[in-house]
Design a protein around this ligand. Sequence first.
Ligand code: RB5
Length: 155
Amino acid sequence: LYYNSILMKIAIGSDHAGYLLKEKIKDFLLSKGYQVVDVGTNSTESTDYPIFAREVALAVQRGEVQQGILICGTGIGMCITANKFKGVYAALCTNEYMARVSRQHNNANILCLGGRVLGDVLAISIVEAWLSADFEGGRHERRVNLIKSVEDSKP
Ligand code: RB5
C-alpha cells in the first residue's frame, strides 16, 4: 500500500473549518512516508478557502506534486475552486468507495473533504482508500478524455 510513498509528494491545504483535520491528515501522511507540502491555513482563525484551493491546484497543475488534498467545512467550496484549473480533477468524497472510484474511474488528482462533515477516523480511512487506488484506464480513459475535451470550451 505505501510501497511508493517515499516518492509521492502531496500538497495539502485547508481553511479554518478544515484546519484541525488537515493537521491530522498531514501527521498520517508523514507517518506513512509521504512528502507533504502544506500550503496552510495555520490556525482556526477565519480565512477564505479559495486562497488554499488555488495554491494546491496550481501545485498539481504545474506537476510540483502528484496529488492534492483540500479540506474546508463541507469540501464543496474547495472542490468548486480547484476544478476551475485546467488539468485539475478534484473529487469531493464522503466515503471510501467514492474515494477509491474517483481514482479508478475519474483519475482524480485532488481529494476534497469536509472537516465539518467527517469524523477524523473516517476521513483518514477515505485518504487511505484514495491513496491505495490507481486509475484503471480502458473505457475510463475515453471518458476522462471527454472531460479534457470540454476544458477549453468557451461560454
Ligand atoms: C466556512 O464557514 C465554510 O463556508 C467553508 O469552510 C466551506 O464549507 C465552503 O465550502
